[in-house]
Design a protein around this ligand. Sequence first.
Ligand code: S3P
Length: 458
Amino acid sequence: MSGHGDAHPMTSGKCGGLRGTALVPGDKSISHRALIFGAMAVGETKITGLLEGQDVLDTARAMRAFGATVVQHGPGAWSVHGVGVGGFSEPSDVIDCGNSGTGVRLIMGTMATTAMTATFTGDASLRKRPMGRVTEPLALFGAQAYGRRGGRLPMTVVGAANPVPVRYALPVASAQVKSAVLLAGLNAPGETVVIEREPTRDHSERMLMGFGAQLSVERNGNQGHVITLQGRPELRPQTVAVPRDPSSAAFPVCAALIVEGSDILVPGVSQNLTRNGLYLTLTEMGAEIEFQNPREEGGEPVADLRVRFSGNMKGIEVPPERAPSMIDEYPILSVIAAFATGKTVMRGVKELRVKESDRIDAMARGLEACGVKIEEDEDTLSVHGMGPGGVPGGATCATHLDHRIAMAFLVAGMAAKAPISVDDAAPIVTSFPLFEALMNGLGGDIRRSQGRVGPGAV
Ligand code: S3P
């Protein structure tokens, strides 16, 4: 997504109980990694269930630009003919990662230990996001990066001709930074070590082991995880079955929790412990979610979620140490909090300020416009719940090129007293292209709209 397209307003109105089965798309994090690791293996990796959202399509295009052969065979069915660790060729043009922080940061890591130069850019949202958190550790390998002030894109990375392995303690809990360092470590001789104090999503570790890298994870009490990777492995191509995305499943799940009379099934949702913080939190709030048929699919624990309208949800304090396991779910959790009874306090969430948008600010302003009382500081968001059906709505909320902000407010509109609009739903294609069709298939009333509802976009 270039971010230069036309804004695409959308409105969501109160609907009757949601019914049916919601087949949510493949996991975004795993989809990016399947393409990137496939490109670094020697031979053909086969992928099923790939998320065909714009973020992942941009990563597929980037892998082609670095010399891999990436082919779509049918819906979700792709193959990647990889060039091997250190086998990337220099791209002949700028790499445009669209809206995707994961795409750009992981790809920078992947090329940073190969003697080549690549220039990266993205849409207006991605060009505001900090890249220093990745280029600082990449400099330890010997790579150099030249970007705009504040370490912003566009940015040129000169890969290290003679990379050295590194030992790096993550200063922020970020799976993107961890993964960028591990990917760079693949083409450095010797052992690269990453230390993370708070566990973040572990898809890179699991998948690298699956692709044949020698990687170990030591769990050291309060030192956290010590991840050790042996450099210069020959990665073996894999067959990757991408499980459904728990971050996308969050939208129909939360819609069913707040729309009276709902009873839906959301099958095959990843229950990876580094991703399930929202589901734990919802259960603590009193949500009626049954985790049926737990099993393993594509190397990830998954379950089928049966979700019913839950009129007795209570506000809670969400502990800060849970943030990494639900970092993308705070926008939709703040919607749930608005329909619960009592106050929900979300602490330790300042990373939300550097996502696709400043998600604390975007949710606070939009919920306030919908009549909900909010308190915020740099690292905390608190929502005063108005009870089931109690949110007035009737506003137009600004999405700031952020797919999860758009989807969160459209879910809120399904249960608010008056419809809620978003100024631009176009970014939803980055992660959940069939969102509108899926939600309306369950009984939602989400429509493309022309103008504004209530006060102007905030
Ligand atoms: C992701 C990591 C998270 C998350 C993003 C996907 C990943 O970002 O917000 O949507 O796939 O590694 P951070 O690592 O910056 O927290």
